[in-house]
Design a protein around this ligand. Structure first.
Ligand SMILES: Cc1cc2nc3c(=O)[nH]c(=O)nc-3n(C[C@H](O)[C@H](O)[C@H](O)COP(=O)(O)O)c2cc1C
Length: 475
């Protein structure tokens, strides 16, 4: 049967259909299906066969197919809030489409001050919805269907006002009504002035939203649209939001081999203070640790990421605890336990300054301050050698510039952990700060060398092994 859309019906039929659908609380498409079904029953087999011709011979049967209103593509409902970053949401539509999603748009009243429904609709390839009380769109699609006929809802930009409305459960416009009526995952990309972002009210609302299961991407730090304003509050880039959306969609659709497991991961460098303005650091970017956290969350784990100071975005669906020094990192890890597995990917400073100064050390003519160093706590060994509450699987990283594997084997013994992931951090390798890694998995059973690959691929492969180990399939 040729496909028929509501749009193709003549206006009088459409009007009658709309009224009938509204009376029954159904969409116009559902109403048509029901009318056709009833007509078929009333007029017997002849009518049935007109609508649904006799089945072809067995060898010509098409594959069984469920009603598929979106051609198997992932559906995203994008709610655009009234912030200056709304213009980036037009690009986000494209980025989502590039990744195979169909996009429907809802624009708040304030959003329309920044971008037009025409532009959003033209890019999305359909009407952009704006009004809760528009009879045409309410009869045609309706806020409940907008909320349900999607796989994911994204709010970008999520303004302070929209976040407050979400946290308070408001439903006085189309965007907030849809957000309250949806049973699908919600991803927010906050964007606002740094003062608005750090305001206690916004942080209170954010805590409520996170508690309600809303997932956040960004905001990033940097320059604001307003002249001279900088800080945290920039909306995440469209590519970051699209990547986060895909992770959430994968989570919703995919296998969850780490479901029910709690994993604590450390990432990034530590900063060891010399005085209030100076510190000792290292070149770790946090890319590998953060990628492991993202992959573990995508595999269904409950992830706590204890991160030193980094410039990479927080992974989606992960609880992030930000620390500076090795001692703070150990404390945060201990508080995050118990866990089934701990992965220590952070490059923790081995030493700290013995007597970090409270005041800035003044430069004196001809004088050079002497720094005396003391050893930092060994986070990996402390957790691996715990008498009680030791995670079942403790994984350390070894960053070496020479004798990589022998040093890693020695470290495995000394620290008492289960696996060491050894990587060569010589400057020529470009691992520190780079996007690729070549690792060796060192266990008591031997050494397995993986080929060079992206840090994301290393993370996914490692998470697969962790899942197998926790399931008892691997030691
Ligand atoms: C020029 C301009 C830029 C704005 N940018 C932002 C912004 O980036 N983030 C934000 O939370 N509010 C911003 N606002 C304030 C919101 O537009 C206002 O709170 C509005 O009610 C939010 O509506 P919404 O709930 O539909 O998003 C801006 C206002 C103006 C006039």
């Amino acid at each position: 049967m040729a496909s028929l859309t509501v749009r193709q019906l003549d206006d009088k039929v459409k009007r009658l259909l709309r009224l009938r659908a509204a009376r029954h609380g159904r969409s116009m498409e559902d109403e048509i299906r029901i009318i056709l079904g009833q007509a078929a029953q009333a007029t017997g087999r002849a009518a049935l066969e007109t609508i649904n011709p006799p089945a072809p011979a067995a060898d010509q049967q098409p594959a069984p197919r469920t009603i598929d209103r979106h051609d198997g593509r992932r559906r995203v409902l994008l709610i655009v809030g009234g912030g200056i970053a709304a213009y980036k949401s037009l690009d986000l539509i494209r980025r989502l489409q590039d990744r195979g999603a169909t996009v429907r748009c809802v624009l708040t009243r304030a959003a329309q001050e920044f971008v037009t429904p025409l532009a959003a609709g033209a890019l999305a390839g359909g009407e952009a919805f704006t009004n809760l009380f528009d009879p045409k769109s309410e009869f045609d699609v309706g806020h409940i269907r907008l909320a349900r006929d999607t796989d994911l809802v994204i709010v970008a930009p999520a303004t302070a006002d929209l976040m407050a409305k979400m946290a308070g459960g408001h439903a006085d416009d189309l965007a907030s009504a849809v957000l309250l009526a949806t049973d699908k995952p919600i991803l927010i990309a906050p964007a606002m002035n740094p003062m608005m972002w750090s305001h206690r009210a916004t942080q209170r609302n954010l805590a409520q939203l996170i508690d309600d299961g809303v997932v956040m991407v960004g905001p990033n730090a940097g320059e604001m649209a307003e002249r001279g304003e900088a800080g945290t509050g920039r909306m995440a880039e469209p590519t970051e939001i699209a990547a986060a959306a895909m992770t959430l969609l994968d989570n919703a659709a995919g296998e969850h081999p780490l479901s029910g497991q709690r994993i604590v991961i450390t990432s990034g460098p530590t900063h060891e203070p010399i005085d209030p303005v100076r510190y000792i650091a290292n070149r770790s970017s946090g890319k590998q640790g953060h990628a492991i956290a993202a992959a573990a969350a995508a595999a269904g784990a409950e992830v706590v990421l204890v991160s030193g100071p980094v410039n990479v975005p927080d992974p989606v669906g992960v609880r992030v605890i930000k620390v500076e020094s090795a001692r703070q990192m150990l404390e945060a890890v201990e508080q995050a336990l118990p866990a089934d597995c701990a992965v220590f990917a952070a490059a923790v400073a081995d030493w700290r300054v013995a007597d970090a100064k409270r005041e800035k050390i003044k430069k004196t003519k001809g004088g050079t301050p002497a720094l005396s160093l003391v050893e930092n706590p060994d986070i990996l060994a402390t957790i691996a050698q715990r008498k009680s509450g030791r995670p079942r699987l403790v994984i350390g990283f070894a960053a070496e510039t020479e004798n990589l594997v022998p040093n890693a084997q020695d470290k495995l013994k000394r620290k008492g952990c289960d696996w060491i992931i050894a990587n060569d951090v010589s400057p020529e390798g470009g691992v520190m700060g780079g996007d690729t890694n070549k690792v060796h998995i060192v266990t008591t059973r031997g050494v397995e060398s993986w080929p060079p690959q992206s840090k994301d691929d290393v993370a996914r492969a490692l998470v697969g092994r962790i899942a197998a180990s926790l399931a008892g399939e691997l030691k």
